[in-house]
Design a protein around this ligand. Structure first.
Ligand code: B4P
Length: 183
């Protein structure tokens, strides 16, 4: 059973949803950079104040900042399995992650790429209605995703780590597909 996983996909593809389900059944650490940043905003910490406007505009938070959060969580994870959700989001983050994983001697084993048509994810996000789920912000997030995150699909394909998942299905079907591919 694979223990070191990553979820890749557009905003609203269901990365957070699937990562949460899987981390509960397997007792893995679910490391969502988006969720951790939102918690900082909720708690009104210095970091939260720094990132609030950036996230509400649908832009990416600085690489340096997210790397710090990811590194801290992985180093303190005591060899438990982990699922990265929403990180990395660009090639620089991917190479920084590689550095951290070499340091902790826990190589990435599989990348689940959640593929979904654009019109479906726009509908999902509008329905969810989080602060950064307005039409204008979604367009911005999708634009950034295409320019900076999408190249990671080829990056992980070249490393023979990519598993394609059709994310335009119901939650349980997607989840059992992922579990099968983890075995
Ligand atoms: P994230 O928190 O990563 O959020 P996301 O990409 O919008 O969503 P996700 O794909 O996880 O979708 P979800 O499961 O929730 O990022 C938010 C922001 O944080 C970014 O814009 C950025 O500012 C910042 N950030 C995060 N990571 C960063 C990084 N590494 N570098 C810089 N900045 C970073 O699903 C969406 C909706 O669909 C939900 O309502 C869900 O219930 C529904 N859904 C899911 N699966 C479904 C299914 N199969 N059928 C029907 N509905 C489904």
């Amino acid at each position: 059973m694979k223990k070191h996983l990553l979820f890749l996909g557009a905003p609203g593809a269901g990365k957070g949803t699937q990562a949460e389900l899987l981390s509960q059944t397997n007792s893995y650490l679910h490391l969502s950079t988006g969720e951790l940043l939102r918690k900082e905003i909720e708690m009104n910490t210095i970091l939260g104040i720094q990132v609030k406007d950036i996230m509400n505009r649908g832009e990416l938070v600085s690489d340096e900042l997210v790397l710090k959060i990811v590194r801290q969580n992985l180093v303190n994870n005591n060899n438990k399995g982990w699922i990265l959700d929403g990180y990395p989001r660009n090639l620089f983050q991917a190479s920084s992650l590689n550095g951290v994983l070499s340091e902790i001697k826990q190589p990435l084993e599989v990348v689940f790429y959640l593929d979904i048509p654009e019109e479906v994810l726009i509908k999902r996000l509008l329905l969810r209605g989080r602060k950064d789920d307005t039409e204008e912000t979604i367009t911005k997030r999708l634009d950034i995703y295409k320019k900076t995150t999408e190249p990671l699909i080829q990056y992980f394909k070249d490393l023979s780590l990519l598993e394609y998942i059709d994310a335009d299905r119901d939650l349980k079907t997607i989840s059992s597909d992922i579990k099968q591919k983890m075995a």
